[in-house]
Write a protein that binds this ligand. Structure first.
Ligand SMILES: NC(=O)c1ccc[n+]([C@@H]2O[C@H](COP(=O)([O-])OP(=O)(O)OC[C@H]3O[C@@H](n4cnc5c(N)ncnc54)[C@H](O)[C@@H]3O)[C@@H](O)[C@H]2O)c1
Length: 241
């Protein structure tokens, strides 16, 4: 399949691109390098099935794709607090651009959201039917609220156009290619935090239909696998249509 990965030069996106290539797909990685790095995709450059386009996905561009994995967005507090307007735009305008492309091309779309959609949750662990406790005017709102808007847009395309779309809410993840966590959080704290949260995740309920959720915190491979699995569900569903 021809697959577009926005934010493909970032931490999770670069691993997802590599995984999709391994599985025999053609990958167009689109990234404006706001928080990503060309180093993350260096090893894929020689692959004839891999193309890199440096582009801001809030702006229209032409491409052909059967699936779009929309991961573009600063993810760390450092990233989104340094680029608040860009963060709002990529999750709203950028998501709209990708949804429109998906609708026109009858492509499949996966929107990467975040556990921050719950804000400062009052319920632990968070369930799908918990809507969160979000501050719309605080310094983190550029990220939290724009992800929520991205989810809302995605659901409207799902309802109005029967777009084959999925939302994944990723919990904090770190690993190779992730500069911000490794540079800012002492590894030991990161690890214990990850283990604690993973245990919490294991006790969480299964996702509701129409909106899939990642309950993997802190381990990269499960996160990439789950994004890919949700994508695979889309592919399976589509081939049955
Ligand atoms: N890493 C985590 O713990 C975590 C947790 C929850 C959600 N997520 C989500 O997963 C996705 C990837 O996160 P990450 O950790 O890999 O972050 P990252 O910052 O490493 O990657 C994001 C990529 O998006 C690119 N980008 C940003 N704005 C863009 C634009 N307008 N046009 C094109 N490219 C743009 C950046 O240059 C970067 O390469 C994000 O959507 C993020 O919100 C990540």
């Amino acid at each position: 399949m021809k697959i577009v990965v926005t934010g493909g030069a970032g931490f999770i996106g670069s691993h997802l691109c590599a995984r999709l290539l391994e599985d025999g797909h053609s990958v167009l990685c689109v990234d404006n390098l706001l928080t990503g790095s060309e180093q993350n995709i260096d090893s894929m450059r020689a692959n004839p099935h891999f193309t890199f386009l440096q582009h801001d996905v809030t702006q229209p561009f032409n491409f052909a794709a059967e699936a779009i994995f929309h991961l573009a967005s600063p993810a760390s507090p450092v990233g989104y607090m340094e680029h608040p307007i860009e963060t709002i735009l990529v999750n709203s305008q950028g998501t709209y651009q990708m949804l429109e492309q998906a609708r026109k091309q009858k492509a499949l779309l996966l929107f990467s959201s975040t556990s921050e959609a719950y804000g400062d949750p009052l319920v632990h662990p968070q369930r799908e039917d918990y809507w969160g406790n979000v501050n719309p005017i605080g310094p983190r709102a550029c990220y939290d609220e724009s992800k929520r808007l991205g989810e809302t847009l995605t659901m409207e395309y799902y309802r109005q156009f029967q777009l084959n779309a999925r939302i994944v809410r990723i919990f904090n993840t770190y690993g190779p290619n992730c500069w911000h966590y490794l540079s800012l959080i002492p590894p030991v704290r990161c690890l214990t935090w990850g283990i604690r949260k993973s245990i919490q995740c294991l006790s969480s309920p299964r996702p509701l239909s129409g909106c899939a959720r990642l309950h993997q915190r802190s381990f990269l491979n499960p996160a990439v696998s789950m994004i890919q699995n949700v994508g695979d569900q889309i592919l399976v569903k589509r081939s049955r249509c």
